[in-house]
Design a protein around this ligand. Structure first.
Ligand code: T3D
Length: 262
């Protein structure tokens, strides 16, 4: 599948989707929103794909919404309806990443700003290069965080840091992102693609059913009580126990060999 704004490659059961509008630090236009949604949908449906990497080309990861033509709305005497654009362009993307029962790894090569941070935080795991930074740029142009940022960021860093990052709109460095638990590791820029692929391939070799169920469980846990979560765990474990991976895991344990999760 070819895309105007993305590079997509599937190899060793990993689909790598690279945002490819480097001249604007991979800012989102409507075409890139649509392309990314289609690429994610294809990766979700592709039985060959067991893990997904989202990366950026050039020196940025994603500068959020492309602002190039935004002033024209006012110049034409129109009133902006930004909520409609969010519903149409961003909400499907964020929901798709969160609901996909496959690991999604963000390989953050440079600056992520605005909705670009929303995309980053929707991923399940993040690796950052030394030159990566996260910028809640919204208030710089008088807007509020969107693309899931108001949901994901406070859950990951707590309310205090979320206020600081969103109100002061100063860039968060790669090292600080790791310290706050927003990313798992800082990697040298030139090594990021290989390290991200290695991580994704490791996940792709693992028990895919359990990974998908863990993803569902962890996101569900953000919305529920301990008693309800205990019951939810039991349901997830029922499903995991019925997957062929459980039987293979037990057999491998008994035979003292590494499991082959197929
Ligand atoms: O509008 C709606 O639909 C509502 C939805 C909103 C969602 C959002 O994401 S709102 C937030 C939008 N994003 C931003 O406000 C970030 C804007 N960009 C920046 O603040 C800076 O570019 C960065 C801090 C991200 C990086 O700075 P720096 O100095 O490393 O790079 P630069 O020189 O500013 O940018 C390089 C080029 O990319 C430059 O073009 P040029 O001069 O080389 O031709 C710049 O204009 C372009 N660029 C960067 N971000 C955007 C962009 N072009 C269009 N839209 C962008 N968002």
């Amino acid at each position: 599948m070819d895309f105007e704004t993305l590079l997509v490659q599937t190899r060793s059961r990993v689909t790598t989707i690279t945002l490819n509008r480097p001249q604007v630090l991979n800012a989102f236009n409507a075409q890139m929103n649509a392309d990314l949604d289609a690429a994610l949908r294809a990766a979700e449906r592709d039985a060959e794909t067991r893990a997904v990497v989202i990366a950026g080309s050039g020196r940025g990861f994603c500068a959020g919404q492309d602002l190039t033509t935004r002033l024209e709305i006012f110049e034409a005497g129109q009133v902006p309806h930004l909520g409609d654009g969010l519903r149409r362009n961003y909400h499907p993307l964020i929901r798709r990443i969160r609901n996909m029962p496959k690991p999604v790894v963000g390989a953050i090569n440079g600056v992520a700003a605005g909705a670009g941070v929303g995309l980053v935080l929707a991923c399940d795991l993040r690796l950052v290069s030394e030159s990566a930074s996260f910028l809640q740029a919204f208030v710089r142009i008088g807007l509020v965080p969107d693309a899931g940022n108001l949901y994901t960021l406070p859950r990951m860093v707590g309310l205090g840091r979320a206020f600081e990052l969103m109100w002061l709109a100063e860039p968060l460095s790669a090292a600080e992102a790791v310290r706050l638990g927003l990313a798992i590791r800082v990697v040298a820029a030139e090594e990021l693609p290989a390290v991200a692929r290695e991580l994704a391939e490791r996940l792709a070799r693992g028990p895919s059913v359990a990974y998908g169920l863990i993803k569902r469980g962890l996101y569900h846990s953000q919305e529920t009580s301990l008693p309800a979560m205990l019951e939810y765990e039991a349901l997830l474990q029922d499903a995991a126990g019925r997957s062929p991976h459980f039987r293979e895991g037990l057999a491998a344990f008994q035979e003292k060999r590494a499991p082959r999760f197929g």
